[in-house]
Design a binder for this molecule. Structure first.
Ligand SMILES: C[S@@+](CC[C@H](N)C(=O)[O-])C[C@H]1O[C@@H](n2cnc3c(N)ncnc32)[C@H](O)[C@@H]1O
Length: 352
């Protein structure tokens, strides 16, 4: 599917409408008291299509809005979520939609004297729907254009963590949006791309010359290719950027392959979680940085969710043993995508 093909154009049109939002558009999502009633349905839409946890929705703001016109507000939310054409094309999981509608019904019944037929009809539709192993998430770029991803419902499936988007991928994408110069005009290699969120955002916004997505798992690579195409990027030729998807297994990647890719910028999100693969990841980074005798070293940026500080420290110790230094990037990034910000994420630049 090309950028001009009908499904892609439809998805764009559907979400672009009236959505020229400023960079700070998510602030209201994270400031319960500051959320005004006009933002409520739009905020619900952003959170719903990204399948965010129910507890992250601005329920207090909704309840304030419901006090004046309960059915109107709920209908607006319904039209922006479960009844939105995007939901027909890229639906969040059945279980998620059931939960969402049940919460809306609960809130509506607190303030309205009559049940709302549309709410029960929508719930009826999902109750009758078959639970799938696959679901869709849609994230909006600052331009308002959507990035739509097919993901697995289960966080770990088929023996891999790569079939869902992780928070560090969203953080790295937000950082890239603020630092396009790191990517513009360069060849970028992404390690452990998973379903492709970060790379798709970089390709769509930061103007790299060439972007090489990579992973080692066959189902992940297949899903990645589908998502790349789904977002109007193709290996046959994408507007302004040459896109490739390669199998790169950190444990046995060949130097020839790395030389052929010739990356200027290397990025990775959430690749530091398994102590058993830290060693080969660090050896690969050292090979890519080629600390001796190279005229211009590539730049390496890694975003990690720190779930287990011991594992993360082990990664940093291995970097040191391999003669690599790192700088922690502490500058905060503007919040663009909705995700769980309670997790601790660290970005580092690795260098010789
Ligand atoms: C936690 S997921 C992160 C995916 C994606 N970067 C994100 O943040 O959403 C880790 C990814 O690293 C990949 N991976 C794990 N071990 C690998 C290896 N030895 N070689 C290449 N990729 C590997 C997995 O297949 C998976 O896609």
């Amino acid at each position: 599917m090309s950028a001009d093909s009908p499904p892609y154009r439809l998805v764009q049109k559907l979400l672009i409408k009236k959505r020229k939002m400023p960079h700070s558009r998510l602030r209201c999502l994270h400031d319960k008291n500051g959320t005004n009633s006009h933002d409520v349905p739009s905020n619900f839409q952003l959170l719903f299509f990204a399948m965010c946890r129910m507890s992250s929705f601005p329920w207090d703001a909704l309840e304030r809005a419901l006090q004046n016109s309960p059915s109107e507000v709920i209908l607006d939310i319904l039209r922006k979520t479960c009844l939105h054409p995007i939901c027909r094309q890229n639906p969040p999981s059945v279980k998620y939609r059931k939960l969402f509608l049940s919460e809306l019904i609960k809130r509506h019944e607190l303030y309205a004297s009559e049940p709302l037929d549309e709410l029960y009809d929508a719930l009826g539709d999902v109750i009758g729907a078959k639970e799938e192993t696959v679901c869709y998430k849609s994230y909006l770029l600052p331009s308002g254009e959507p990035v739509g991803l097919e993901e697995n419902v289960a966080v770990i499936s088929e023996g891999t963590t790569g079939l869902v988007t992780w928070e560090a991928a969203l953080h790295l994408a937000e950082w890239a949006l603020e630092h396009p110069d790191i990517f513009t005009g360069r060849t970028v290699l992404e390690l452990g791309s998973g379903v492709g969120l970060t790379g798709i955002v970089v390709c769509r916004v930061c103007k790299p010359t060439k972007y090489v997505f990579s992973d080692c798992h066959q189902s992940v690579l297949e899903r990645l290719r589908n998502n790349i195409t789904r977002n109007g990027l193709t290996e046959q030729g994408s507007p302004g950027v040459s896109v490739l998807t390669e199998e790169v297994d950190w444990q046995n990647v060949k130097k020839d392959q790395l030389r052929r890719i010739g990356a200027d910028t290397i990025i990775a999100a959430d690749v530091v979680y398994d102590p058993d693969i830290i060693g080969c990841l660090v050896r690969l980074l050292a090979e890519l940085l080629k600390c001796k005798g190279q005229q211009r070293h590539p730049e390496v940026y890694i975003a990690s969710t720190i779930r287990n500080p011991e594992t993360y420290n082990c990664f940093k110790n291995e970097l040191e043993k391999a003669g690599l230094k790192h700088i922690v990037i502490t500058h905060p990034v503007t919040q663009v995508f909705p995700y769980n910000r309670i997790v601790s994420i660290e970005m580092i630049k690795v260098h010789c």
